[in-house]
Design a protein. Structure first.
Length: 115
């Protein structure tokens, strides 16, 4: 149970977007649910991919719901990962800025909807 190798088991930093270690290289991690209270929609993930294509050429994105459960606590975490290709080395700050813009737009867009 818990986070994949390379991440702290418990969230100690609520940064919207940060770098981490992915399967083969670096990845960008978006704490989407912490800020939005929901999962990213399929349309939002596609918009993110489109915004990154010019920079990366191709992109792999994972939208995940993870559960952490213990006798004294429960947590559900909604995160979005962007697996960075080797060719993205040195571009992390620029990519973080693009991904933050996407996340802020997606979160803000749906927060104005009133049932």
């Amino acid at each position: 149970m818990g986070a994949p190798r390379g991440y702290e088991r418990h969230v100690t930093d609520s940064t919207l977007v940060f770098t981490g270690e992915g399967r083969a290289s670096r990845r960008l991690v978006v704490n989407f649910g912490v800020y939005s209270g929901r999962e990213a929609t399929e349309a939002e993930v596609y918009r993110l991919a489109q915004s990154l294509l010019d920079e990366l050429g191709s992109v792999e994105i994972v939208a995940e719901r993870r559960y952490e459960i213990a006798p004294d606590m429960e947590a559900t975490v909604h995160q979005v990962y962007i697996e960075l290709p080797q060719t993205a080395e040195g571009q992390e700050e620029r990519l973080i800025s693009l991904v933050e813009d996407w996340a802020e737009d997606a979160i803000g867009e749906r927060s104005n909807i009133v049932p």
